[in-house]
Design a protein around this ligand. Structure first.
Ligand code: ADP
Ligand code: ZN
Ligand code: ZN
Length: 803
């Protein structure tokens, strides 16, 4: 008897280990490692992943239960992924099931999937199902359940079981179109034709036509048109055996437009050198990590493209990761225009079905390149030759929920598995990566000039305090107003960037000063004009704007802050003739609207593009000659040790949008703290000096990259309980970690109350701490066995992106 080890879909201690199940004989040849199955667990039937197959078990035979259903024809996870999950589980202190689930598209992630029945004997199966398929190609699930059959889904059986499979596939979100396959047998067609009575004129006519198209697979609509007949006639002819329905899998197309093919550019010397280094590593199967540090517009993408070309020529596959926010059509089109149909794209803008189809293209090896956001790092290629992380410094590469993995770490793990190089690209590398490059852990490749030798844009800093002194209370400095005006005259384009982090519009009572706050969190509510409501961005709580103050009863309620809508209003007042496009969360809710806005702007349908972080990256339009940053300060004063780094990165990125073609660019940065080094260095795009300066700060405060950090957070509905267990946590860590680690806390978290829970945290700083993972695993065990019952939530985040 064969035994399967199954990781079941239950995130509870002590379930985090494989369970043994016997494999029913009928499934023995079909089940492979990496397949999803349904298994009895307690009194339920739940989803699981087969992670190993063996011949023996320690479970007594009378306790051993069989797998109930096999959910996949082909394994959804490769052996590599199963191995990776084991590594990730330990590195991120997560449940293995969460790691496995993170690797597959959401369409396959359903916790409970009603599956079709199974039957052991193919002949019987066909017999049993015959009645259902006589009149219809769709069979209700109920029927399958009633008959309690098992469907052997195997590649070779496809033809035979097309219609049956169809039922199964719909569950898996596969889209198919129904076509008619005309019999290949000329004699049979002739015979059917001859046997028809002369009164069946239409049918005879159709058969004549079919004889000329024997063996063809055609859409029914086309047959009606060609033979000037109706579905009834076709059905009648099909009943006689002249044709049958077949299903053709189709991929939903997430791309609105075809793209024109582009050719390779002749590389500059700098580009050539960088490419060569990567190609060498590829050819010698070296799992090297390159840090490609190139100023904005230096042609990093062209290097990616040519490296991928080489990778494909070697018969291998490439994975390109791009931050979600910059997965613009412009970016993806650059890959599609070079590699056409060989590219799959994965991002959150796609529907569940589209995402699944793009994933299937990778899974079925129909493509050679995947371009996607963080989770695309799990693309199930089996012969990876190159992995690229563009904008490697982006915090979105770190997943905030369990499993709290960083795509960079996973990429490097996979590069070792496949013996292939990784490229980390950025104009503003994270301090961690740059420090590693300095130590030669990563190989540094530098592009110091823009690809076409365009000068970097001229950057000016405007001190908004001076504007106030001059009596200008608007959000626009004189300089910026002039700048926009002259662009309007010259018919050039302007991009205005509102650094909105921590800058949302809030509502305040002018009499008592009360700010409307979320019921569940210590956060002020954000005002949304489009539906006149207040919303909490952390927990989703919503309420209408109050007409009287809940504290004092006054009706002097006022909106504050500078949301994009407010900026837009002021902008249209200043420049009534200007055509303004706004791009923020509100205007890009609808699918494809992001795309549409950029397209309009690229086509010159607007003079000014106003937006948030969303526009900071990837925009590459030749007619943009002015970039304005309305307030550089907002991200500078966040209570996060990376706030200067983030500000520097953001300002450098936005500035890089100006003057990318022949026309020179200008950047105006408005700020209340012009003297800050992050702003000063961003002005000159001076990465190295910024790095040196920031490293000094990090050194002084024992922060990364000098130390690693881990964050242990405890929350509870009751403040005192939360504090009590946070203390227990800290004590536990102090008695188990060595002196190499310093433990700070417990302290309250940045936002103390979130979703009605009080939060405390301990921060751990360490260089080398062999006890770290074992201690965390042990702490997790205590939590999962004892504390969880008391309503505590404990999370451990190693290398958190935000603290
Ligand atoms: P980055 O990704 O470093 O910001 P891009 O790859 O977007 O830079 O390149 C900036 C611009 O320069 C693009 O319009 C690109 O087509 C162009 N470019 C890049 N490399 C070359 C080259 N070798 N010759 C001519 N143009 C180039
Ligand atoms: Zn009030
Ligand atoms: Zn809230």
């Amino acid at each position: 008897m064969k035994i399967a080890e199954v990781i079941v879909d239950v995130s509870a201690y002590p379930v985090d280990r494989p369970f043994d199940y016997s494999i029913p004989e009928a499934l023995e040849e079909l089940i492979e490692c990496g397949c999803r199955v349904q298994v009895p667990f307690g009194n339920r039937n739940i989803l699981g992943f087969v992670v190993a197959i063996k011949n023996e078990t320690e479970v007594p035979l009378d306790k051993l239960k069989p797998i109930s259903t096999l959910l996949d024809i082909e394994p959804v996870l490769t052996g590599e992924m199963l191995e990776l999950a084991k590594w990730m589980k330990r590195e991120t202190i997560a449940y293995e099931i969460d790691c496995l689930q993170a690797m597959i598209p959401s369409a396959l992630r359903a916790k409970y999937e009603k599956m079709v029945l199974l039957e052991t004997d193919v002949e019987n199966l066909e017999e049993a199902l015959k009645p259902f398929f006589q009149h219809s190609t769709k069979v209700p699930y109920k029927e399958f359940e009633k008959h309690n059959l098992l469907i052997p889904l195997k590649k070779g059986l496809r033809e035979k079981h097309l219609s049956i499979e169809n039922v199964v596939k719909q569950k898996g979100q596969i889209k198919e179109i129904r076509k008619v396959k005309i019999s290949e047998d000329h004699k049979q067609l002739q015979k059917i034709h001859d046997n028809l009575s002369n009164r069946a004129k239409k049918q005879k006519q159709m058969l004549l036509w079919m004889q000329q198209h024997a063996g063809a697979i055609i859409e029914p609509e086309e047959i009606y048109k060609e033979t000037e007949s109706s579905p009834q006639v076709l059905h009648a002819v099909m009943e006689l055996g002249a044709a049958q329905f077949v299903f053709e899998e189709v991929y939903r197309n997430p791309f609105k437009k075809e793209v024109e093919k582009t050719d390779f550019l002749t590389l500059t010397d700098e580009q050539e050198k960088a490419l060569k280094a990567v190609v060498n590593a590829m050819d010698s199967h070296l799992p090297e990590t390159f840090l490609l540090h190139g100023v904005t517009g230096s042609g990093k993408t062209e290097i990616y493209l040519q490296a991928i070309q080489h990778c494909i020529q070697q018969g291998k596959e490439a994975i390109v990761l791009v931050p979600e926010i910059s997965l613009t059509p412009q970016m993806t089109n650059r890959f599609r225009s070079r590699f056409g149909e060989q590219v799959a794209v994965m991002h959150s803008g796609l529907s569940v079905g589209e995402k699944y189809d793009e994933w299937r293209k990778v899974h079925e090896k129909k493509v050679k390149v995947v371009v996607g956001a963080r989770s695309a790092v799990f693309a199930p290629f089996e012969n990876v030759g190159l992995i690229i992380l563009d904008e490697e410094h982006e915090s979105s590469y770190k997943q905030e929920d369990s499993p709290r993995y960083h795509a960079r770490d996973v990429a490097i793990w996979r590069s070792k598995y496949h013996q292939c190089p990784v490229i980390l690209g950025s104009a503003t590398p994270s301090l961690e990566s740059y420090a590693r490059a300095r130590k030669n852990v990563y190989k540094l490749l530098a592009l110091k000039e823009r690809a076409m030798k365009q000068p970097l844009p001229k950057v000016e800093i405007v001190d908004m305090r001076e504007e106030l002194k001059k009596g200008n209370r608007s959000m626009f400095s004189e300089k910026l107003v002039e700048g926009i005006k002259s662009r309007l005259e010259k018919k050039e384009q302007t991009v205005l960037f509102l650094n909105r982090r921590g800058y949302s519009s809030f509502v305040l009572c002018r009499d008592c000063g009360t700010v409307m706050q979320c019921e569940n969190c210590d956060i002020s509510l954000t005002y949304h004009r489009y539906n006149e409501r207040l919303k909490c961005h952390y927990c989703g709580f919503e309420q209408p704007v109050p007409t009287i103050c809940p504290e004092c009863g006054s009706d002097h309620i006022r909106y504050f802050g500078t949301g994009t809508q407010k900026v837009e209003e002021e902008l249209t007042k200043l420049f009534p003739e200007a055509r303004v496009l706004r791009m923020d969360v509100d205007t890009t809710k609808r699918k494809g609207s992001h795309e549409a806005i950029l397209e309009d702007f690229g086509a010159g349908k607007a003079d000014i593009l106003l937006g948030t972080q969303m526009i900071a990256k990837g925009l590459d339009f030749p007619n943009i000659t002015l970039v304005g940053v309305l307030s550089a300060d907002t991200s500078l004063h966040l209570p996060d040790f990376r706030s200067a780094e983030r500000t520097f990165q953001l300002l450098t990125q936005v500035s890089g949008r100006a003057g990318r073609a022949e026309k020179p660019g200008e950047v105006i940065i408005q700020t209340y703290t012009p003297e800050h080094y992050a702003i000063q260095f961003a002005k000159e795009q001076l990465y190295e000096p910024f790095y040196e300066r920031e490293m000094m700060m990090r050194h002084a405060a024992d922060y990364p990259p000098y130390y690693y950090i881990a964050l242990v957070q405890v929350s509870h509905e009751d403040l005192l309980v939360a504090a009590d267990y946070a203390k227990k946590c800290a004590d536990y860590l102090r008695s188990n970690l060595s002196f190499n680690a310093s433990i700070i806390g417990p302290t309250t978290a940045g936002i103390v109350r979130l979703q009605n829970r009080y939060r405390y945290q301990c921060l751990i700083k360490y260089k080398i701490e062999p006890n770290l993972i074992p201690t965390f695993l042990q702490l997790m065990k205590i939590y999962r066995t004892e504390w969880i019952k008391k309503g505590i939530v404990l999370t451990i985040d190693i290398n958190p992106s935000l603290i």
